[in-house]
Design a binder for this molecule. Structure first.
Ligand code: ZN
Length: 232
């Protein structure tokens, strides 16, 4: 196997390892990013709290109406029970009866408003529940796909690491130094294939002698233009 081919195989393993690592990092990021779920969950909790408040207000309003009805019953019992006969007292009871009835009417209006507000919050809570459930179902589907991809990529990583190990073992130390510095300075591509007489990395046309030299098993040949090692 030529020196250039050994380096080319090492580069293929490195490139695939880089791509796998990048995708795994991207998957980690997506799995960790649960903004849509947080927003839906927060909205649902707020709707829950608002419904609870509306429920408490409605209960209080109902109790006020009931208490007022009791006051009216007591007033009516005094007014028509026969125990009170004094005309002035009866007149006072009559005035109180009218005042109590007016107040009851106000309290009943307030109760109707509280009922309407409670119904509105019930609907808002149901909508928030539905949204949260939809977001959770969507995430579950997405995450399932990502988890299987992640598992496959981890298996790939192990296989690639072993291929990388083999390729690395075949390269001699001096060539590895050259390869590493080229990979660092040439955007990860240290070795370029010769394709149709040109350098596949930069597209420069190679002289016939250069293209021929790239076939050598013993020597490394560089592209005149981009200085990458040529492999033919
Ligand atoms: Zn080139």
């Amino acid at each position: 196997m030529s020196r250039a081919l050994k380096l080319y195989r090492l580069q293929q393993a490195d490139t695939q390892l880089d791509q796998t690592a990048a995708r795994l990092a991207e998957i980690e990021r997506i799995l960790g990013d649960n903004q849509s779920h947080q927003a839906a969950s927060q909205a649902q909790q707020q709707a829950q709290a608002a419904l609870h408040a509306a429920h408490t207000a409605l209960r209080a309003s109902e109790e006020e109406v009931t208490a007022q009805q009791k006051r009216i019953e007591q007033n009516q019992a005094s007014l028509y029970g026969g125990a009170v006969t004094n005309p002035k007292e009866l007149q006072d009871l009559q005035m109180e009866s009218e005042s109590l009835a007016r107040r009851l009417s106000e309290l009943e209006d307030a109760q109707l408003e509280a009922m309407a507000a409670h119904e509105q919050q019930q609907a808002a809570k149901a909508a928030a529940d539905t949204t949260l459930a939809a977001v959770e179902a969507q995430l579950a589907g997405e995450h399932q796909a990502l988890f299987s991809e992640q598992a496959e990529l981890r298996v790939d990583s192990e296989r690639l690491a072993s291929e990388h190990e083999t390729a690395l073992g075949a390269v001699d130390a001096a060539d590895l130094g050259t390869y590493n510095s080229l990979r660092a300075s040439k955007n990860g591509v240290a070795i370029a294939k010769v394709q149709g007489g040109t350098c596949s990395a930069c597209g420069a046309e190679l002289s016939a002698a250069r293209a021929q030299a790239a076939r050598s098993a013993e020597e490394l040949t560089r592209c005149d233009n981009c200085k990458r090692i040529l492999y033919s």
